[in-house]
Design a protein around this ligand. Structure first.
Ligand SMILES: NC(=O)c1ccc[n+]([C@@H]2O[C@H](COP(=O)([O-])OP(=O)(O)OC[C@H]3O[C@@H](n4cnc5c(N)ncnc54)[C@H](OP(=O)(O)O)[C@@H]3O)[C@@H](O)[C@H]2O)c1
Length: 350
C-alpha cells in the first residue's frame, strides 16, 4: 500500500526511470538478434597468419561460416588449414600488392558464385616503424600507411561488388590509436584514416543494405605489440638520428623510452584476444551490428573516454607515460632561472 503511494507521489520520476529501463532492455534484445543461414554465407578475412585474424578465421569456421582466410605467407596458410575444418579455404594475399589483391578477388568470386560475399574483415596490419615523430622519415610513414590504410581501401573497393550482391558487411579493424594519437609514425594516421574511410563507406553504402562496423581494440598481446620487434626498429631509428637531434633527447633518453614503453605495454596488454574476435563475430552475425566496437577494458574505460576529454587534459595524462627529453628539462630550468633572476633584479635593482 505504502509502495503504491510512493509511485503515485513520484509519477515523473517513475515514467523517466521506466523509459530508461525499457530503452536499455530493448537495446539488449535488439543487440542479441541474429542473422539466419550462416552455413550459406561466405566471409573473407585478411591477415590470418597470426593474431586476431587467425583466431577469427578458426572461430567463424567453428560457427559454420564458409571462411576464406587470406595469409601473407605459405606457412601461415598451411598452419591455419591444419588447425581448421576442410571447409575453410586459404589464399595468399599481400594487401600492398594490387596483383595479389586481384588474384584473391578472383578466387573469392569463384568460391561465392552468385551468392556474393557476406563479410569482408579488413584485419591485416602492422605497427612499425612507431616512435617519436621527429625520428621518422617519409618512407617510415609509407610502410605502415600502405598496409593499414591504402591496402584496406583497395581491398574494400575491389570486393564491394561481391558484398553488394549479398547485401553484406564490412568489418574494419581500427584501434584506440585511431581515436587518440599518442605515438609518431604511420600507425595512428592509418587508423584515423580507417575510421574516416569506414564512416564515409557506411553512409554511402547504407542505401544498398551494406553495413560497416569499426573495431577499436585497446592493447592486446599479438605480433603488432611485440616489444622485441618494436624495440629493434626503435634502435634503428635512434641510430640514424643526427648527433644534434640525439643530444636534444639526451644519452639516457633511449633506455628510459624503452623502459616506459615496456611498462605501459605490460600494464595495458591483455592476452585474451577473443575479446576482439567476439566483437568481429558480432559484427558479422548480429541482425543489427554496431557501428563501433571498443574491445578490451583499457579501450572502454581509459583510451576511448580519454579521447573525449579536452586536449590539454589528454596531453597531461599522456605526458606522464613517456620520459622527458633533456632539452625540454634544460629549457624549464633556464626559464625557471630567468624568472628567479628577474625576481632578484626587481627586489634589488642595484
Ligand atoms: N594487438 C593490438 O593490441 C591491436 C590493437 C588495435 C588494433 N590492432 C589491429 O589489429 C589488426 C590485427 O593485428 P594483430 O594484433 O592480430 O597482430 P598480428 O598478429 O601481427 O596480425 C597482423 C597480421 O597482418 C599480417 N600482415 C602484415 N602485413 C601484411 C600485408 N602486407 N598483407 C597481408 N597481411 C599482412 C601479418 O602477417 P605477418 O605476421 O606474416 O607479418 C599478421 O598475420 C591490425 O590491423 C592491428 O593494427 C591490434
Amino acid at each position: 500500500m505504502q509502495q503504491k503511494t510512493s509511485f503515485v507521489s513520484h509519477p515523473v520520476e517513475t515514467v523517466i526511470l521506466g523509459t530508461i529501463f525499457s530503452c536499455i532492455l530493448l537495446w539488449f534484445i535488439r543487440d542479441g538478434l541474429r542473422v539466419e543461414g550462416i552455413e550459406q554465407k561466405h566471409v573473407f578475412v585478411t591477415g590470418c597468419d597470426t593474431g586476431f585474424g587467425n583466431l577469427l578465421a578458426r572461430q567463424l569456421d567453428q560457427r559454420g561460416f564458409n571462411v576464406i582466410a587470406s595469409c601473407l605467407t605459405d606457412k601461415g596458410g598451411q598452419d591455419l588449414q591444419a588447425a581448421s575444418s576442410p571447409k575453410l579455404k586459404t589464399v595468399l594475399l599481400n594487401v600492398t600488392d594490387s596483383q595479389s589483391i586481384e588474384k584473391a578477388v578472383q578466387f573469392v568470386q569463384t568460391e561465392v558464385g552468385d551468392k556474393g560475399l557476406w563479410g569482408l574483415v579488413n584485419n591485416a596490419g602492422r605497427a612499425t616503424p612507431i616512435g617519436p615523430t621527429e625520428w621518422m622519415q617519409k618512407e617510415d610513414f609509407n610502410k605502415v600507411l600502405d598496409v593499414n590504410l591504402i591496402g584496406l581501401i583497395e581491398i574494400t573497393l575491389k570486393f564491394l561488388p561481391l558484398i553488394k550482391k549479398a547485401r553484406g558487411r564490412v568489418v574494419n579493424v581500427a584501434s584506440v590509436m585511431g581515436r587518440l594519437a599518442f605515438a609518431g609514425g604511420g600507425y595512428c594516421l592509418s587508423k584515423w584514416g580507417v575510421e574516416s574511410f569506414s564512416d564515409s563507406l557506411r553512409r554511402d553504402m547504407q542505401y544498398f543494405g551494406i553495413k560497416v562496423s569499426i573495431i577499436e581494440p585497446g592493447f592486446f598481446k599479438t605480433g603488432v605489440t611485440s616489444l622485441a620487434v618494436i624495440e629493434k626498429d626503435l634502435q634503428r631509428l635512434w641510430d640514424r638520428l643526427s648527433p644534434e637531434v640525439r643530444d636534444s633527447y639526451g644519452v639516457q633518453y633511449f633506455d628510459k623510452y624503452l623502459k616506459a614503453q615496456s611498462l605501459s605495454m605490460n600494464t595495458f596488454c591483455s592476452s585474451d584476444i577473443s575479446k576482439v574476435t567476439n566483437c568481429m563475430e558480432h559484427a558479422l552475425i548480429a541482425k543489427y551490428p554496431r557501428t563501433r566496437y571498443g574491445a578490451g577494458w583499457d579501450a572502454k574505460f581509459f583510451w576511448l573516454p580519454l579521447s573525449y576529454v579536452p586536449s590539454f587534459i589528454a596531453d597531461f595524462m599522456l605526458r606522464a607515460l613517456l620520459p622527458t627529453p633533456d632539452a625540454s628539462r634544460q629549457q624549464i630550468k633556464l626559464a625557471f632561472n630567468s624568472t628567479d633572476n628577474l625576481h632578484k633584479i626587481q627586489v634589488n635593482p642595484h
